[in-house]
Design a protein around this ligand. Structure first.
Ligand SMILES: [Zn+2]
Length: 273
């Protein structure tokens, strides 16, 4: 077969586009990234705005200041290379046992989560896990994998539905699957990456990483007849508890260092009832 200079050029261009679209995740994995990150962040910001329009937020200052205290302790220790420094936190009034974080620096916690995440460190576990998905750009990776089959179409216009709102599939791909009723879990690989990043992040913030194991034990207990919404899009607690235990020594080192350096957040849980 003779390769003309024109077709060679096409091949080289295609390859370099492909390479440009491949990035390395914080856990060292190669990821397909077709979307410019600022576009994914804009989608995250829009999805968050839509959530806030739909759901009432909690105005009990005891609850909001508690959740803010935990979330801010975590976002404060995110390494600078990730850029986003201005994270917004909302506590939604809902019985859902769930939380999410979106690209563009947005965090949502449902008040129902506080029934299962019973200590500041357990709440930190869930928030840091969700933030882990954002830092590892899992939304971009999911959107990219999903839209890779539709090359040639304007992928951004696919993401937005009628009336300028993000369509349900895009919301689910961004990580709001349980919220829009599309069960679309992150992959196992993405979940364990978020667990690893999250456990280190909570430890660096000064929350005892041992509590991450207790959180998953509580989630499992809360399972029963009506499993927490969080579990509908997440692998079973038992599988992740083993991994978190394996990674505990490294996280404990980070935790001890945080204590030594004076990071010891005192977040006061709201009184029960
Ligand atoms: Zn997750």
């Amino acid at each position: 077969m003779r390769i003309t200079s024109r077709s060679a050029c096409v091949i080289i261009t295609a390859c370099s586009l492909w390479l440009a679209a491949c990035e390395t995740s914080p856990t060292g994995r190669s990821q397909l990234m077709l979307f410019p990150e600022d576009k994914v962040q804009a989608m995250g910001v829009q999805a968050y705005r839509e959530m806030k329009q739909k759901l009432p937020s909690v105005d009990d200052p005891e609850v909001t200041s508690y959740v803010h205290c935990v979330a801010e302790a975590i976002t404060r220790v995110i390494p600078e290379k990730y850029g986003e420094t201005n994270w917004e936190v909302t506590v939604f009034a809902s019985d859902q046992v769930n939380a999410f974080a979106l690209p563009g620096g947005k965090i949502g916690v449902y008040s129902g989560l506080l029934e299962v995440a019973q200590t500041p460190a357990q709440l930190a576990t869930v928030i840091a896990h969700e933030v882990g998905h954002v830092l590892a750009q899992h939304a971009n990776e999911r959107l990219s994998t999903n839209f890779a089959t539709q090359v040639g179409l304007n992928v951004l216009s696919i993401a937005v539905g009628a009336g300028g709102f993000l369509n349900r599939q895009t919301l689910a791909l961004l990580g709001l699957g349980a919220q829009v009723g599309i069960i679309l879990p992150f992959s196992r690989t993405q979940e364990s990456a978020a667990d690893t990043i999250g456990q280190k992040l909570m430890a660096r913030a000064g929350f005892n990483p041992r509590q991450s194991i207790m959180l998953w034990q509580n989630m499992r207990k809360a399972g029963g007849a009506r499993p927490p919404q969080f579990l509908s899009t997440h692998p079973s607690p038992s599988t992740r508890i083993d991994d978190l235990r394996d990674q505990l020594p490294e996280a404990m080192n980070l935790y001890e260092r945080a204590q030594f350096e004076g990071r010891n957040p005192q977040c006061k849980p709201p009184r029960a009832g």
